[in-house]
Write a protein that binds this ligand. Sequence first.
Ligand code: FPP
Length: 255
Amino acid sequence: MRLFKLPFNNKKEKNVEISTDLSENIPKHIAIIMDGNGRWAQKRGLPRIAGHREGMDNVKRIVKAANLLQVEVLTLYAFSTENWKRPSNEVEYLMRLPIDFLQHYLPELVEENVRVQTIGEAQDLPANTQKAILNAKQQTADNTGLILNIAINYGSRFEMIRSIKEICEEVQEGKYGIDEITENTLSHHLYTSQLEDPDLLIRTSGELRLSNFLLWQAAYSELWFTETLWPDFHTEEFEEAIRDYQKRKRRYGGI
Ligand code: FPP
């Protein structure tokens, strides 16, 4: 039996409800480190991939909630450049997840006006994963609702090195001088050049670190951590994180 042949939960997430009192000061860009899938499965005596499978179902719920709340961008950390070190069956399953997710959920994403984008080195993913992602991007390219930005084969340090190399080349070509390099120069070379920085960054599962995720972009993000494992992080807690964000005073280093 191939381990990744877990059945897909095909039910529509029609039951996602959001609170109506949350409309003021919604973070425009929310980034999430969806951690704890493995532990969720282990606690139930299941293989780790069962946790990823359940985690994918939760992606459906949180995407729906974010869209209803009129969040503009939701960036989800689906696979890091370091995740290739995991056992091959787990990597294989994680590469299969976007295919299953998009095969089953794309019509709903299209219907709900969600636009799919990715950040990361997509060209190094297996061909069928790339194909599914490209198809989703093409089919949702004109959508104007939530941007579902999937960080896949993404690593922030790699992203910065890649950008610095591009900047060096442009300096060598004489497009601008070293003295003209500003924060904006680097920002414009990152995968996220078309997006505003995250306002709120959430990490589930009790780990208190950024794990090479959006290190530059999260310079002034509000951080929110929870012990809850990703598959159990449902709409209510997502809203709790947003409520907490709404109480914060963002000073960006000022007073
Ligand atoms: C970290 O949990 C989670 C991941 C490496 C994968 C996250 C992927 C999904 C939730 C599904 C992606 C969905 C789409 C749409 C592509 P972990 O395995 O590190 O958990 P652990 O710390 O408990 O072991």
